[in-house]
Design a protein around this ligand. Sequence first.
Ligand code: GLU
Length: 462
Amino acid sequence: MVVTRFAPSPTGYLHIGGLRTALFSYLWAKKNGGKFVLRIEDTDKARNSQEATDAILKAFQWLGLKHDGEITYQSNRDKIYAKHIKQLLDEGKAYKCYMSKEELTELRETQMANKQRTKYDGKYRDFDGTPPEGVDPVIRIKAPLTGEIIVKDGVKGDVSFQAEDILDDFVIARADGAPTYNFVVAIDDHLMGINEVIRGDDHLSNTPKQIIVYDALGWDLPMFNHVPMIHNSAGKKLSKRDGATDVMAYKEMGYTPAALLNFLVRLGWSHGDQEIFSMDEMIELFNPKDINKSASIYNTEKLDWLNAHYIKNSSNNELAQLLIQYDLVLTSHDKKEILLDAIKERAKTLKEMAELAKEILATPSSYDEKAVKKAFKGDAIAVINAFGAKLSTCEELHLPSDYHHIMESVVNEMEIGFGKIGQPLRVALLGKMGGPGLDVVMAVIGKEETMLRVANVITANS
Ligand code: GLU
């Protein structure tokens, strides 16, 4: 069974790059009928917070990504890590190193002065003398001194690391006993049964260290898939300056979960030239072997395009549900269908949609000056008065076409162009120029509200 994981360090919000690897891991597990588990890497007490963990969970909930089983918290697993450290010490695969800070600094400076790679020199690797007093030892693992470690990567192929060039006996537990990052990741991935690791390629250089831990404990390696980073259009790593990196900011901006997930799956993965993927399709088609080998480029226009697509193709009931988050409750509005049909073609985001709808539903409290100047020339008041009078005599007004007929008959009776009624009526209904068709607006707000808005504009401009 395929078991994948997402293993965020809870230091802030959920980053969209993190969400992308979480999505890839989720899809691969689901495709294989496997499990996608969540591990919170909260060992850095100074930088981790409960709010950050909550933010990650909230983002998952918004996007409908469900992890399987209980969440694993590294902060609860001290005993497990201690047990494995002891095992490695007992087997002579790790050792206590008593080098003081000063000694280490001196070593580093000498190496730098000699233009050598800075690394631990193995002083205590085979030490069997009396340890110096007053130094709490760190625990180091015995790394291979020569040869190579090959990371068999599903995305990058075989990546070879030369022991002499990059490895040394790295610390697996600090002087206070706290285990280090590369050690706990390997322990947890093994004990949690993770057999496919999908993560950002910023972790590739950690992988040989994790492999040393697996080897020391005699464990099989998982399959590694290191995903190239997301870049901005200038080819640099995505940063806050390029737009939002916090997943929840996308919710605030009015993106739908479907659009954001579709956008992210295409950042670094492709299936022919297909752009639109439902969740079911993503699950069916995703395979880490199709992850691109080079960095992907973040493109806001693409996200907007996808979002408009999902908005346009959502049912009005779905949209009404999604719009609740933007303070717009239309779920039981009797003209919901007419309203949403009209505005879902016009909006790029749910936020824009909510704003458009609110503009239609609220009685204008003021009028745009320029629009008034333009619309209320000549006999505009007389025209709109005539419209109001005709409207008051009509019954059974439901559809936009019902209102359109009234406008038409006023225009015909007064022998004027459509603009002569359209402009003042638009100011009456919306307080400004622009916006959706007036017949739609009136059908949504109904006869009484239309009459009120007409009366208001006449009072304000006569
Ligand atoms: N906790 C690490 C991070 O947030 C990820 C570890 C991993 O995926 O192996 O960058």
